[in-house]
Design a protein around this ligand. Structure first.
Ligand SMILES: C[S@@+](CC[C@H](N)C(=O)[O-])C[C@H]1O[C@@H](n2cnc3c(N)ncnc32)[C@H](O)[C@@H]1O
Length: 374
């Protein structure tokens, strides 16, 4: 079994594996939902600190087959969970069951909880209490066709929760999905970047963090592993200070965001301030039809509204027409990428894409389309 597992949004594991390789993790193995990687605990801290694409970093501890309660209880007790937290700390168990003989999720969670707290009682005389929201130790259990995968969540909360996005507009995209799409689009991190329908500014803020080499984990307050008994704060402090030393102060190309909604633009500005990138990302209230490229070449990535609610689609046709017009007339020589969950609206742009990638934005299947504007 590999030492750690980085989970990610669907279709992102190829770019996540590249990111982990670039972070120095050489032995990696990719599956649909993420990437296994061999590493020390220091490497686990490093992945949590630097990964822009991972949703969470897990430490897998058990994998076994169980058909009944006794087997499940016995197998869970084969791992010593008492080495991670004190009995005064808290515990949470997240269980996902698919096609198992032990099919009742709540029952499986209860058996696992009993096995772990009994282990604490036997070894330490006391047991940790359960806190489903802010547990010191989160244990993730995935049961598929009677095989159970048990892993500790070293991140604690999703790594996409960088901490800068206090304010969101309509249908914001998760931070790590935005970062993954920027990687898929192969932005070189040294040329102009525009989002003409930027909402809360997620693409632009992620792009600025990349360009300034700001490790996303330096924006977060806490990680799961920091609550554990094996936590080495000196190792973490060294990694953070190295990351801070490697940040750039300035860039020499524009990162620009526009949106028709003034209130949304003020939210985006406040998010950029919280992320510490407001000196490089500039925002303006503007309709997409009049947005112009700031220079000869660059990349546009944007996520226009999809019109998920009934009756909305008709109102959005003009917005897609305007977006197509702006790309064709105001962004010549640019690579433009559109993320949309509505293929009928995409047709309104009257442009032919040169690449198409299917991704999920939450539950919505979306197309991420490349248009090369000659
Ligand atoms: C799906 S949201 C973008 C979400 C964004 N990616 C984020 O993470 O917050 C689409 C945005 O397009 C904007 N929009 C809609 N019609 C527009 C138009 N004609 N011109 C400019 N912006 C428009 C909306 O105000 C909305 O903020």
């Amino acid at each position: 079994m590999a030492d750690f597992f980085a989970s990610c949004p669907q279709e992102m594991s190829v770019v996540l594996e590249k990111e982990l390789n670039n972070l120095g993790f050489e032995k990696t193995e990719r599956i649909n939902s993420g990437v296994y990687f061999e590493s020390s605990w220091e490497g686990c801290y490093r992945a949590n600190l630097h990964s822009r694409l991972a949703s969470r970093i897990y430490k897998p501890v058990l994998e076994f087959i169980a058909y009944d309660q006794e087997q499940l209880y016995r197998e869970i007790q084969r791992h010593d969970f008492t080495k991670y937290i004190d009995p005064q700390q808290t515990l949470a168990i997240d269980t996902v069951i698919n096609d198992c003989k032990l099919h009742d999720q709540r029952f499986v969670t209860m058996v696992i909880k009993d096995a772990i707290v009994d282990q604490f009682r036997e070894k330490k005389g006391e047991r940790p209490s359960i806190d489903s929201k802010n547990a010191d130790l989160r244990i993730h259990v995935k049961g598929t066709k009677n095989t159970f995968w048990v892993a500790l969540d070293t991140s604690g909360s999703g790594l996409y929760q960088r901490g800068y996005r206090r304010e969101v507009g309509e249908a914001p995209i998760k931070e790590n999905l935005a970062a993954g799409l920027i990687e898929i689009a192969e932005w070189d991190k040294q040329s102009a970047f525009v989002d003409p329908m930027c909402g809360a500014g997620t693409f632009l803020i992620e792009a600025a963090l990349m360009a300034l080499n700001i490790a996303p984990g330096t924006l977060r307050k806490r990680f799961g592993f920091q609550n554990w008994l094996n936590y080495k704060s000196d190792v973490w402090d060294k990694l953070v200070s190295e990351a801070l030393n490697n940040e750039k102060e300035m860039i020499d190309f524009p990162i620009l965001g526009y949106d028709i909604d003034r209130q949304v633009i003020s939210k985006a500005k406040s998010n950029a301030r919280l992320a510490g990138v407001d000196h490089v990302v500039k925002f303006q209230t503007e309709a997409v039809a009049v947005v112009k490229a700031p220079c000869e070449k660059g990349i546009m990535i944007t996520n226009p509204p999809y019109g998920a609610r009934i009756g909305e689609e008709d109102n959005l046709k003009d917005a897609y027409k305007d977006l197509g017009f702006t790309m064709k007339n105001h962004f010549k020589n640019w690579d433009c990428w559109i993320l949309s969950g509505n293929k009928d609206l995409i047709l309104e742009m009257k442009l032919k894409s040169s690449r198409r990638v299917f991704v999920y934005n939450g539950p919505i299947e979306c197309r991420f389309l490349k248009y090369e504007m000659f």
